[in-house]
Design a protein around this ligand. Structure first.
Ligand SMILES: [Zn+2]
Ligand SMILES: [Zn+2]
Length: 276
């Protein structure tokens, strides 16, 4: 069975990522309103009643804004670390469950593993979600591609990978010095260049899709981020996760089927606003 994945929104204005199979799904982060999450899922044919859990990566508002309302309305359990939960009144208490890094969490038919990441939050984590040999990573809000990121990136058939800023745009832009330093620090965000380096050095041969995610409004553009990856993507489909709308739903197949399926779905490389 394959995994269906989509970005419902990606960026400093809100993050929410959908990963599911035919019967179960999880949301990673809930940083857009409940209504917007419902609308976007409906538009893309995704069924919110399949969502068995919401995982929270860290306490920044672009990752938690909608969680209380969504969890309460649909009575969905929210997995959050104890430390992160203490950082805000954004949760319905009886629905929250704590997790630890590297713990294998079974959510019905989906397996989720969290791992610690470097970011300027209290207890930030990234996630991989697996089912039947297919693994999808959600790796955003990372200051650096640390050993943990590398270890889990290497397991992914598809990944939502942060590609936050373009070095030149950031350095020449209007942000104050302290903010530039914070963004580029090891606990800030990942640049296009750093994301590409991770991809070039550690991409597993079975990776089929990369969603460039959490692009900065002021210090990046979809065209620039895409242009970094275009010459190197080869057979990997590069998708820009938008700050404004949900992506299409992509199906990630079992590794054994990739060879035959690729022949059917391979399209010529398109250079466009949201996809290459
Ligand atoms: Zn963020
Ligand atoms: Zn953050």
């Amino acid at each position: 069975m394959a995994l269906q994945i989509a970005s419902l929104n990606s960026g400093s204005n809100g993050n929410c990522y959908y990963v599911g199979n035919d019967i179960d799904a999880v949301l990673i982060d809930a940083g857009i309103s409940c209504r917007e999450t419902e609308n976007r899922m409906r538009q893309k044919g995704l069924d919110i009643s399949k969502v068995r859990a919401i995982f929270i990566s860290h306490e920044h508002s672009d990752h938690v804004k909608g969680v209380a309302r969504i969890a309460d309305k649909y009575q969905i359990p929210v997995f959050i670390t104890e430390k992160t939960a203490q950082r805000g009144p954004f949760l319905v208490k009886h629905l929250s469950q704590h997790f630890c890094a590297e713990e294998i969490i079974q959510v019905e038919s989906l397996t989720v593993v969290a791992f610690a990441k470097k970011h300027d939050a209290d207890d930030p984590h990234s996630f991989i979600i697996s089912h039947n040999g297919v693994t999808v990573g959600v790796i955003t809000d990372i200051g650096t591609a640390c050993d943990q990121v590398v270890k889990y990136f290497k397991q992914c058939h598809a990944v939502f990978l942060e590609s936050n800023y373009d070095d030149e745009m950031l350095q020449n832009g209007s942000y104050p010095y302290y903010l530039k330093t914070r963004i580029t620090s090891d606990t800030g965000h990942l640049s296009n260049k750093q994301a590409l380096e991770l991809f070039l050095n550690h991409r597993p041969h079975f990776m089929t899709h990369v969603f460039l995610s959490h692009l900065s409004k002021d210090n990046n553009s979809p065209e620039i981020a895409a242009s970094f990856f275009a010459p190197h993507a080869q057979e990997v489909q590069i998708i820009i996760a938008s700050r404004f709308e949900a992506s299409e739903v992509y199906t990630i197949y079992e590794p054994n089927n990739i060879g035959s399926i690729r022949k059917l779905v391979m399209k010529p490389v398109q250079l466009g606003l949201f996809e290459i």
